[in-house]
Design a protein around this ligand. Structure first.
Ligand code: CUA
Length: 334
């Protein structure tokens, strides 16, 4: 008994884990592709339920009907062949599979046939363990937080810099691999304003489970506002003494890998995530809340926070340097 309770307990714990990461719910679609997939999930669950209930009811019925009892001779009920029954359980599953297969195949090919003229394009590049988002039409680039307008079809071009990753935003659509040396494509049409969780869906190394990103779906107007802001260079607001100290530390240690300009054409570090709007972002390192404490934790020991990350620890920085760096990063806003 104890064992059973234990097993149920762990199952519940596992299930509650599913909702621990917010906005990753396949059963709560917020885009047309996810909506279509959700209706296919429902269809297959209904079909499976019908089969399961029928089998269980028949099973119970026959167990009762042919139970051992005084005066009951099983030999009398033995039947060698029943053509009608055999045909039924051969044809019925076939019909059920057809009911399932037709809309699924239709959905896959229907999506491929969709007209992409007029669709927006975003180029996604995955690296161990972060995401780069480029908007070729706008000439801007960002990382870790993908901004999309509501109600617009977006063609996402998928690239990888190192190993196979997988682009997955459960509430917006299915998964698609990012494969080195190959360009894959998928389309999303977000239908609800909100922030959604994205995740790498393919085991890619030690930092895989931390390879997350956010998708911010805005109204067309808010999205355009964001684009306009991103197109402008960071206005040189007056930095405090500590912030300008941080800017110097950044220039000496970080700038070779991290750009502070959101222009694709900028001649700055392209190895690491673009930080032009870091101060506006909700997360640091892709998954921690963007607080000073977490920024310091990340800067001081990146490999401990995200195993396998290529971000090195800067050498010879004092606590004051780190504090200044963190203060400067906060000023990178749009
Ligand atoms: Cu990238 Cu898992």
């Amino acid at each position: 008994m104890k064992k059973i309770v234990g097993i149920w307990g762990s199952c519940l714990l596992l299930l509650s884990g599913c909702s621990a990461i917010q906005n990753m719910d396949v059963l709560n679609p917020a885009g047309s592709q996810a909506e279509e997939q959700y209706s296919l999930i429902k269809l297959s669950i209904y079909i499976m339920l019908i089969v399961m209930v029928t089998v269980v009811v028949l099973f119970i019925r026959f167990v009762y009907k042919y139970r051992a009892r005084p005066g009951f001779t099983p030999e009398k009920h033995q039947e060698n062949r029943n053509k009608k029954l055999e045909l039924t359980w051969t044809i019925l599953p076939f019909v059920l599979l057809l009911i399932l297969a037709v809309p699924m195949v239709k959905s896959v090919f229907g999506e491929e046939k969709q007209d992409n003229t007029g669709a927006m394009k975003v180029k996604v590049t995955a690296s161990k363990y972060w995401w780069k988002f480029e908007y070729p039409g706008e000439g801007i680039v960002t990382s870790q937080e993908l901004h999309l307008p509501k109600g617009k079809r977006v063609v996402i071009e998928l690239h990888s810099k190192d190993v196979i990753h997988s682009f997955w935003v459960p509430q917006l659509g299915g998964k698609q691999d990012l494969i080195p040396g190959r360009t894959n494509k998928m389309a999303l049409t977000p239908e609800k304003v909100g922030t959604y969780q994205g995740k790498c869906g393919e085991f890619c190394g030690a930092g895989h489970s931390f390879m997350r990103f956010l998708v911010k779906v805005d109204s067309q107007r808010d999205y355009q506002e964001w684009v306009d802001k991103m197109k402008k260079e960071n206005t040189s607001t007056k930095l405090s003494a500590q912030e300008s100290e941080g800017q110097k530390v950044f220039a000496a240690n970080c700038l070779s890998c991290h750009a502070t300009s959101s222009a694709v054409s900028a001649n700055q570090g392209k190895e690491g995530p673009n930080l032009a709007d870091f101060g506006d972002r909700k997360r640091v390192a892709g998954f921690l809340p963007n607080t000073e404490k977490n920024v310091l934790k990340w800067l001081k020991n990146p490999k401990k926070v995200k195993p396998g990350t290529e971000m090195p620890k800067a050498k010879g920085l004092s606590n004051e340097d780190y504090a200044a760096l963190s203060a400067y990063l906060k000023t990178l806003k749009k």
